[in-house]
Ligand binder design. Structure first.
Ligand code: CS2
Length: 492
């Protein structure tokens, strides 16, 4: 039987061709990360380790906090926190073993994960909290503010008032409880770095935290957070598909060890971080990150070009039974739709970040999407459309409408999502012989709106205010554009 990856087995296994080991093993935990999914492990954790190694600074180990289950904790704990990142390109595969994750915790019941997270954020060694909890993890209300009716958030606010270590029920609730603990421990200023695909992610998170603090009525805590906690915005980018059994076998061939916590990524990585920190941080610029005063042009370009085009390829691709994004981008018609969408509707809404060439960026995206090696699936990207589209697509729609243009290509993306919702929620969607169901936090409401006569489908879905707000359903020309774009899809 193959041995499992751990500090002891790794020391015996290296060196091996195609494998690199951790350049530095952190001696302390300096970062708490909420949302220990594959993306964090393939992105910020790697850059943090590179930065720490480049600066020979061993303070930046990570406590990774999972959200929904203890699965990742169970995967990494027997491996001493070590895991591999398998980078896949058309003609290249390499594996890197990362040691940045010093600890992992699950805050849910049973167990004392929450107590551990609160105590760690209250440690003076910790200077940064990062988050990748996905769009739905923030429980944003339709107005972009904290949803104060959410039961998980309410339970966390009650725990904050009672100063209890009860298991956390929401990411933002856990965060404000941790901020309270830090203030009471007098552990000093803190920087909270949102790394999710939200427009103006730092500002959005700062406002949500403030909404939650206002609801607690604790004015001292609210004032301390305003004075001592910074929320820089960031743009994060790396395509990280779900790890499959085949990926694990490839990694095992390279490493000679079994890695249950393996993650996979494309070769490209980018991180642009607003340089507005309340205290020390890893020297991420030494690892290739861009530290800048203004992240928003980068973020907007990435969300509107990369993520929105990804969604178009995912919905339209799955409806044509393309299993992977790479297959979807090889479909001439879909590729033409993607290009028309970016060129006609998205590019006019963007301002190029310093010295960037957005047309070249758009071309590079299609090349990245066409990488067949990662096996990134259309159904994975199609998940959670109701919370993704407002962030990546509807800003483009609103900007174009405000400029007096009818964004027909963006309407086609909306229509692709609607056709997907209809097919997936009615059991009619089959990709590679497998039935696909609708995986979305609003699945129930979307299925209700999608049911019924095909005519009227666009109107019914446009009236889902949590997605489209109150304005878009009222816009006759946009409604007509979506209705007409729906004809490009097989809607039954
Ligand atoms: C994708 C993103 O699943 C999705 O919604 O669009 O995860 C995308 O792969 C990353 O944002 C790339 O940086």
């Amino acid at each position: 039987m193959t041995a499992r990856l751990s500090r002891a087995t790794l020391a015996d296994a290296l060196p091996r061709p195609g494998v690199s080991g951790p350049p530095l093993v952190p001696a302390r935990t300096g970062i708490v990360h909420l949302g220990l999914g594959a993306f964090h492990r393939a992105h910020q954790a790697v850059l943090t380790e590179d930065a720490a190694a480049a600066a020979d600074d061993d303070r930046w180990g990570i406590l990774g906090v999972t959200q929904r289950s203890a699965r990742v904790v169970d995967q990494v704990a027997p491996q001493d926190g070590l895991y591999g990142v398998l980078t896949l390109d058309r003609d290249r595969e390499d594996l890197r073993v990362v040691a940045a994750l010093r600890e992992a915790a699950f805050p849910g019941p049973p167990g004392s994960g929450t107590a551990r997270v609160l105590a760690t954020v209250a440690s003076p060694d910790v200077h940064v909290v990062t988050l990748t909890v996905t769009e739905k993890g923030y429980r944003l209300g339709a107005d972009g503010r904290a949803d104060l009716s959410d039961e998980g958030v309410l339970a966390d606010l009650a725990a904050l008032r009672g100063r209890s270590d009860a298991p956390a029920r929401s990411a933002t609730g856990l965060l404000v409880r941790a901020l309270d603990r830090r203030r009471r421990a007098d552990a000093g200023p803190l920087t909270v770095v949102c790394c999710d695909n939200l427009t103006g992610n730092g500002r959005v998170l700062a406002r949500m935290v403030d909404d939650l603090l206002a609801a607690t009525g604790d004015d001292d805590l609210r004032a301390w957070v305003a004075a001592s906690v910074r929320f820089p915005s960031t743009m994060v980018d790396r395509i990280v598909p779900a790890t499959t059994a085949e990926h694990r076998e490839r990694a095992q061939r390279l490493l000679g060890l079994l890695d249950e916590a393996l993650v996979v990524g494309e070769p490209f990585t980018q991180w642009v971080v607003e340089d507005a920190f309340a205290g020390p941080r890893p020297a991420w610029e030494k690892a290739g990150a861009t530290l800048t005063a203004d992240v928003e042009p980068y973020e907007r370009a990435k969300l509107r070009l990369l993520n929105a085009t990804h969604s178009l390829l995912a919905y339209a691709g799955a409806l044509r039974e393309h299993v992977t994004i790479a297959q979807a981008v090889e479909d001439d018609e879909l590729r033409a739709w993607a290009t028309a969408f970016t060129d006609t509707d998205v590019l006019p809404t963007l301002e190029a970040p310093d010295g960037a060439d957005l047309v070249a960026y758009r071309d590079s995206l299609l090349h990245r999407f066409a990488n067949p090696a990662t096996g990134h699936t259309t159904v994975q990207v199609a998940m959670d459309g109701s919370v993704k589209l407002p962030q990546r697509l509807l800003g483009t729609v609103r900007d174009r409408l405000a400029a007096g243009a009818v964004p027909e290509h963006a309407a086609l993306v909306v229509a692709a999502w609607m056709a997907y919702v209809r097919a997936a929620s009615s059991g009619a969607l089959v990709v590679a012989g497998r039935g696909v169901t609708l995986d979305d936090p609003l699945a129930g409401a979307l299925a209700d709106a999608a049911e019924g006569p095909v005519e009227g489908l666009a109107d019914r879905l446009l009236r889902v205010e949590a997605v489209f707000g109150a304005d878009l359903a009222e816009h006759a020309a946009f409604r007509a554009a979506v209705t007409s774009a729906l004809r490009s899809f097989p809607v039954r």
